[in-house]
Design a protein around this ligand. Structure first.
Ligand code: SF4
Length: 78
């Protein structure tokens, strides 16, 4: 099937910006394969991306993807 929403501009499905991921999720909502796509991604434990309208990180659905950046600074106990 070549007319899937993700067949064009696939980078959007693996974008870093939350706004871009939201666009991909909305496009998945119109996809006839969304349910099977999500099930397959979970079964394969996809490392990352938008699948079936959900954001997956390390094989699990997450609400949002954390952006890249410096890790949180730990405060040493005194
Ligand atoms: S549900 Fe899956 S196949 Fe359909 S547009 Fe989204 S990522 Fe592509």
């Amino acid at each position: 099937m070549t007319n899937l929403p993700c067949s064009a501009d696939l980078d959007l499905w693996f974008a870093e910006q939350p706004g871009d991921l939201a666009v991909a999720q909305a496009r998945c909502d119109a996809c006839p394969l969304a349910t099977a796509c999500l099930a397959g991604a979970l079964e394969r434990r996809e490392p990352w991306g938008v699948w079936g309208g959900r954001i997956i990180v390390d094989g699990e659905v997450v609400a949002t993807k954390r952006g890249r950046g410096r890790p949180r600074k730990l405060v040493a106990a005194s």
